[in-house]
Design a binder for this molecule. Structure first.
Ligand code: SF4
Ligand SMILES: [Zn+2]
Ligand SMILES: [Zn+2]
Length: 334
């Protein structure tokens, strides 16, 4: 197996590109694919301040590394979800990555700042763990990006993730989600621009990137992921990809080219109805946003737009300030 560029020994084959690469040219290929995604979808400007949501896993650390290698000013954001040992260990990977490279990591600890963890929030709100987790993370990503004055929030979603979400949304014809399933969501009131620069790389490629770059990442899956339908969609797409290399890419990028615009109006009509959450001020279609309702049901510290919260309170009450800084920056609760 020879590298398609230099004819030296190859370390990886990329069947959908019908190409093999040595280590150096594979890294170059990853940077090229990320650059192409950024340029094609106008994701990041050269002088943007970038915040990368990092979990300690391969994708988020790879995208942070790639953006820094490409010359972007990128800080990291780690959210402690309170998922037992998994969260404790994942935090060390994010911190070690940042420390070893002299990068800045912003940390928010959900139990510390909001008084609940994902297992508790999930049970209290009677939501699937990943649903409670996704809701919490989205809110905290938005808030951290806006509070920190960042222009853009980056997530490590790769081609496998996006194809699997598209697969699920198509199976169930969630047309309002299809209208928003784009690699770039522009900034608007209360939301930062959100981008996914890894959409042209698969998770096998981000894992290989980390190994070649010497990035130590958490291999263990989140224990709450068991039973998540997303995993079964990924497995189904992997079977299709094995029989038909390039199928995932064609599915996802074909959707973006030919179908996504058909669902844009439905997604846009949702946006017109957004108002400010009575409790925290975040954009929402309800009087109180879903995050504040989750925090309240979980018995946590409901946030306020007036200032940080420190004790469990009823929605809309006055909050006392709280703060906490560690070796990496810890963001106080809202
Ligand atoms: S698997 Fe689910 S619960 Fe675990 S980190 Fe991901 S979204 Fe959160
Ligand atoms: Zn080569
Ligand atoms: Zn709210």
């Amino acid at each position: 197996m020879k590298c398609v560029v230099c004819k030296g020994p190859a370390v990886i084959d990329i069947r959908r590109h019908n190409a093999n690469f040595c280590a150096d040219h594979f890294l170059e290929q990853c940077r090229r694919q990320v650059t192409k995604a950024i340029d094609e979808f106008s994701m990041i400007e050269r002088d943007d301040r970038v915040l990368v949501a990092v979990s300690g896993g391969k994708d988020s650390l790879a995208v942070w590394d790639l953006l820094v290698a490409l010359g972007y000013r990128a800080d990291g954001l780690y959210i402690g979800l309170g998922i037992g040992d998994y969260s404790a260990v994942s935090a060390t990977y994010a911190r070690d990555f940042a420390t070893a490279r002299g990068l800045h990591l912003v940390e928010v600890d959900l139990p510390d700042a909001y008084g609940y963890d994902i297992p508790t929030g999930s049970r209290a709100a009677r939501r699937a763990p990943c649903s409670a987790c996704g809701l919490s993370k989205r809110h905290l990503f938005d808030k951290a990006a806006l509070d920190g004055g960042y222009d853009v929030l980056v997530t490590g979603h790769n081609l496998d993730d996006e194809a699997a979400v598209l697969f699920g949304n198509t199976l169930h014809w969630h047309t309002e989600y299809l209208g928003r399933q784009l690699p770039v969501l522009p900034a608007r009131d209360g939301f930062p621009r959100k981008v996914k620069p890894l959409v042209r790389l698969t998770e096998r490629e981000t894992a290989a990137y980390c190994v070649i770059r010497g990035i130590d990442y958490l291999v263990e899956e989140c224990p709450m992921a068991a039973g998540n339908r997303h995993l079964s969609y990924k497995a189904a797409l992997n079977d299709i990809e094995a029989a038909s290399p390039g199928a995932k890419h064609a599915f996802y990028f074909g959707f973006l080219d030919r179908a996504a615009s058909h669902f844009a109006a439905e997604a846009a009509s949702d946006r017109e109805e957004l108002g400010a959450c009575r409790s925290c001020g975040a954009p929402t279609t309800a009087e109180v946003c879903a995050f504040c309702r989750l925090v309240e049901r979980a018995g946590g510290h409901v946030p306020s737009s007036e200032g940080p919260a420190s004790v469990p309170v009823a929605l809309g009450a006055t909050r006392a300030p709280r703060a906490g800084m560690a070796s990496v920056e810890r963001v106080p609760a809202p």
